[in-house]
Each structure stands twice: as structure tokens, then as C-alpha cells.
Design a protein around this ligand. Structure first.
Ligand SMILES: [Mn+2]
Length: 368
């Protein structure tokens, strides 16, 4: 391989043995612990090419976006591998995983694969955007839903842009769960950072402010000027102050009500810092006073069940700041909740309640 500007993006085609496109099983054994073998997400099979995705009829593809140049500090680039290896004790193959809250086996319902990592250039944030967008575009073009593992929140821009290009910009709304608003214009003179992806999607990709729904924001920000711009742009922000006043369920209900009244497709972006740092210390910009996992896990599952989610990202996991791997473990569970919600929608589970009556004490809220 010759060194050059595109060395990060060159694909290893030469020397690969000829094969039929389809799933690549990298686990030697049917039963393999998470700390053993090749670390694909949940030890799922891999796809290497767009032809693999199509031949395998993939429903959901995990895509790593290992970049941290948008956060101004190192760490989140190690997020994808940390999330892939976080399930340190789940002993059974993915296919046998049954979500007890909703009585669904998501990996039995859906063909889920790991599509590897995008060609991030660690020396050039601008050069990293295109390859991420390209890989996500391959997933959506194959008719699959991308679940992107960050990486810092800059990856929301190329990932959602690829989904919007495929489905039509006016057909896609954004659900953004985060401690911060992430729609700054040019913080410290830079238009491409982890604080600007929503502004990039609005200014460069045609995302309407009225189709942006945020939850979890708190702390010292945004400025009054930015707050006023957000209100003028029509962005809906459910701050933690609203959760404190109205309660989590009432706030989540409002979010879902508005989102369902919007465009037919939804992109869900989850910044791990939406959680309180007590539960997710392994992140670059922790903000006290956030959601609990008990709240976030059900909200992610609910959004993916009740709306037509066409893309997901889980970002800002920084393993070097993650004692006890609790942040990566929870990020993995967030991905599993998203996949479970997508499976619930695919099965055709009806109703706006997301819990199985048999385990929730409800009275038949879930109809099949
Ligand atoms: Mn963020």
C-alpha cells in the first residue's frame, strides 16, 4: 500500500480469496464468550462489502465510526471496540437472547450483522466525514438500518446525512438524546465538531428545525443567543428541567406524540452523556443531573418500536475514562434496546405501550 492522502480509504480487495457474497462467520464455535474470539458486536456475523449486505438480506448493520477529533480530546475513537467487547458475561449466542420486558427475541426476528468500521483519518476530521457517510450509505442502499457506534458526536452529521439522502431530507426527523444541544454554529471558529452536527444537518443537508426533537439537555448552556436561535428554528427541546417538573413518562409521552406527528422516518441519535455520570462516567463531557439507564433504555426501545427508525447512533463512549466498563456495558444495552424495538415494530406488536403485561403487571397492554 502506497502512503498518500487516501491510504485510510483504500480497500483491501487484492489478495482476497474469491467467495460468494453473504455472511462471514468469524466465530469458530457456536458458543463463544465475549472475551474470546474476534470481537464483532454480540459475536454476530460480519459483512465486508455492499454485496454481502444485499446477499444476506441484512435488516440491521452495526457500523463503527472510531473518530474523536471532533471532541477536542482523545478517547471516543476507542468507543466502537469497547462497545463490541462490553458484554463480558452473556454466555448464549445472540439468537437465543430473549428480552424479558417485551417477550421478543430480536436476533431471531432480524438479520443483524457487524459491518466493521469506517475509514476514519485520525489526522483530518474533514477527511473522516466522507468515509463514514459512504459506509452508512452502503447500509441504507441495501435496505438495512445502520446502527453507528461512535466516536464523538460529529458522526451524527455524515450518518444522518446518508439516511436523509436515501429517504429524502424532508422525510426524516431527528430524535436527539443528549446532555447538550449540539447545534452550535462555529464554536471556537470550527463548524465541524461534536457540538455542531445538528447545525450541519440543518444548514448543509436540509434537516428542518421543526423535525428536531431533543431530550435530556441540562447544565450551563446553551447561550441565550443560541437558545433564541433554536426557538426561532422550531427545534423542540425537552430539558431535564421538564423531566424534573413533569416527570419522565409525561415528558417521553410528549416527545413521542410530537415525533409521530412529524415526518415518516426517524433518525435516533443517543449521546451516552444524556445519562447521569453516575451511570456513564466514561465520556468526554459528563454533565451531572441526567437520565437513569432505567429511563433511557425504555425510551430507546420505545422510539424504535413506535416510530419508523431508519438510522441510529450511540456516541461519545470513552473507554479510557470508564472504570468498571459500566459506560460501555450500558452503551451495548442501548444498542440492544434499539434492535429490540426495531424487532417489535417488524413483528407488528401494536399499541403505544412497550411492556409485556406478563412481566409488568399490566393488563394486556401489548397486542400481537
Ligand atoms: Mn452530543
Amino acid at each position: 500500500v502506497a502512503a498518500g492522502d487516501d491510504v485510510w480509504r483504500q480497500r483491501r480487495d487484492a489478495g482476497q480469496p474469491a467467495r460468494e457474497p453473504g455472511l462471514l462467520h468469524l466465530s469458530r464455535y457456536a458458543y463463544e464468550r465475549a472475551w474470546a474470539g474476534v470481537p464483532t458486536f454480540m459475536r454476530l456475523p460480519m459483512c465486508l462489502t455492499a454485496a454481502d449486505l444485499t446477499a444476506a438480506g441484512v435488516d440491521v448493520a452495526i457500523v463503527g465510526a472510531p473518530m474523536d477529533s471532533g471532541g477536542g480530546q482523545r478517547g471516543a475513537a476507542r468507543g466502537p471496540q469497547a462497545i463490541r467487547t462490553a458484554e463480558r458475561y452473556m454466555p448464549a449466542p445472540a439468537e437465543s437472547h430473549r428480552h424479558s420486558h417485551v417477550d421478543v427475541l430480536p436476533f431471531e426476528q432480524l438479520t443483524v450483522v457487524d459491518y466493521g468500521d469506517a475509514a476514519v483519518d485520525p489526522f483530518d476530521i474533514h477527511a473522516s466525514i466522507g468515509p463514514i457517510r459512504e459506509l452508512v450509505a452502503e447500509v441504507v442502499s441495501a435496505g438495512a438500518i445502520p446502527v453507528v457506534l461512535g466516536g464523538d458526536h460529529t458522526v451524527l452529521w455524515p450518518s444522518a446525512a446518508a439516511c436523509m439522502e436515501h429517504h429524502g431530507a424532508s422525510n426524516v426527523g431527528l430524535v436527539h438524546l443528549d446532555a447538550h444541544v449540539d447545534c452550535m454554529h462555529e464554536p471556537l471558529g470550527h463548524a465541524v465538531t461534536h457540538a455542531t452536527p445538528i447545525r450541519r444537518l440543518m444548514d448543509d443537508e436540509g434537516l428542518a428545525g421543526a423535525n428536531v426533537h431533543q431530550l435530556g439537555q441540562r447544565g450551563f448552556g446553551p447561550s441565550r443567543e443560541l437558545r433564541d436561535w433554536m426557538l426561532d428554528a422550531g427545534i423542540t427541546t425537552h430539558h431535564m428541567a421538564e423531566v424534573e417538573r413533569a416527570g419522565f413518562q409525561a415528558t417521553a409521552d410528549r416527545l413521542l406524540r410530537d415525533v409521530k406527528a412529524g415526518p415518516p422516518c426517524i433518525y435516533l441519535s443517543v449521546d451516552i452523556d444524556v445519562l447521569d455520570p453516575a451511570f456513564a462516567p466514561g465520556t468526554g463531557t459528563p454533565e451531572p443531573g441526567g437520565l437513569t439507564p432505567r429511563e433511557l433504555l425504555q425510551l430507546v426501545r420505545r422510539v424504535c418500536h413506535e416510530t419508523n427508525v431508519v438510522g441510529v447512533d450511540v456516541v461519545e463512549v470513552s473507554p479510557a475514562h470508564d472504570p468498571g466498563y459500566v459506560t460501555a456495558l450500558t452503551a451495548t444495552r442501548i444498542v440492544l434496546e434499539a434492535i429490540t424495538g426495531i424487532a417489535m415494530r417488524r413483528i407488528g406488536i401494536e399499541g403505544d405501550h412497550h411492556l409485556d403485561a406478563a412481566v409488568s403487571g399490566g393488563a394486556g397492554d401489548v397486542a400481537r
